[in-house]
Design a protein around this ligand. Structure first.
Ligand code: PAF
Length: 288
């Protein structure tokens, strides 16, 4: 497998892959691949005759004091994993290729970019929407795959795709978890052994919400309070937010009868982790 660094070459190869009306699937990533990414790649492989993957640690979605510099970069291992999945289109552009000197155009999904993680990470969703829009222009996929773990990112991208009429479908794949429930994330690599144990509080809080909802609790305020109580038992972890919102608008809901997204973010040591579940409107709930 050849790593493709240039936009022109990637676009030409993707166009060639789409000839004969083949559907092209696309999995954008920042690398440091894990089983969660592989689930996206496998879904794309199962649904599309051709699949492209990108690896790009996108500077514009990191704040000035965030982990852009130390974000894990494991290209050699990632390449092997991608190759083993039978992918031949791997795009690994440089920052200069994606953001040529003077680049000044950004995509702002107004109304969503300051919700959930967007509130604690100003500019984050602007960076995500901008790079994903650019990747879509380069790859021109028919279907793009994202993980449910980044539920707010999914809402932002879905809205961008609709608002800007990108001719593609977004497919969302359930969160992949470690056997003890921790959502897989490239940032889990930052955790030391005691932080790794503490990190389980995110999953425990979501499970508590799920149990209460299963028992019939419909009031978002009560569910949020219950989740916060779980965090109180793990004081080493600093809760950033726990919110119950509409999955599309990311606006808070008072009552979960119609279904809702329960999203949490917390700092475990200096590592910021996120997780979520979707409460279904039918009265049933599931870990997503
Ligand atoms: O989810 C990610 O890994 C990133 O936010 C994405 C979608 C690849 C954009 O940089």
């Amino acid at each position: 497998m050849k790593i493709i660094n240039s936009i022109d070459q990637m676009r030409a190869l993707c166009r060639a892959a789409r000839t004969n009306e083949q559907r092209l699937g696309f999995v954008p990533t920042m690398g440091a691949l894990h089983a969660g990414h592989l689930a996206l790649v496998r879904a794309a492989r199962a649904q599309c005759p051709a699949t492209a993957v990108s690896i790009f640690v996108n500077p514009t979605q990191f704040g000035p004091n965030e982990d852009f510099a130390k974000y894990p970069r494991t290209l050699e291992g990632d390449q092997k994993m991608i190759e083993a999945e039978g992918i031949s289109l791997l795009f690994v552009p440089t920052v200069e290729e994606m953001y040529p000197p003077g680049a000044a155009t950004f995509v702002n999904v107004e109304g969503l970019n300051d919700k959930l993680c967007g509130r604690s990470r100003p500019g984050h969703f602007r960076g995500v929407a901008t790079v994903v829009a650019k990747l879509f222009h380069i790859v021109e996929p028919d279907v793009a795959y994202f993980g449910q773990k980044d539920a707010a990112q999914v809402a932002v991208i879905r809205k961008m795709v609709r608002d800007l009429a990108f001719p593609l479908e977004i497919v969302v794949i359930p969160t992949v978890r470690e056997t003890d429930g921790l959502a897989m994330s490239s940032r889990n690599a930052y955790l030391n052994p005691s932080e790794r144990k503490q990190a389980l509080v995110l999953y425990r809080a979501l499970c508590r919400v799920q149990t209460l909802a299963d028992q019939g609790e419909r009031a978002a305020r009560q569910l949020i309070e219950a989740a916060k109580n779980v965090f109180r038992d793990e004081p080493a972890v600093r809760l950033d937010y726990v919110e119950i919102v509409n999955q599309e608008t990311l606006e808070p809901v008072n009552d979960v009868s119609q279904g809702a997204l329960v999203a949490v973010a917390a700092f475990v040591g200096s590592t910021r982790l996120i997780d979520n579940i979707v409460l279904l409107g039918t009265g049933h709930t599931r870990i997503a």
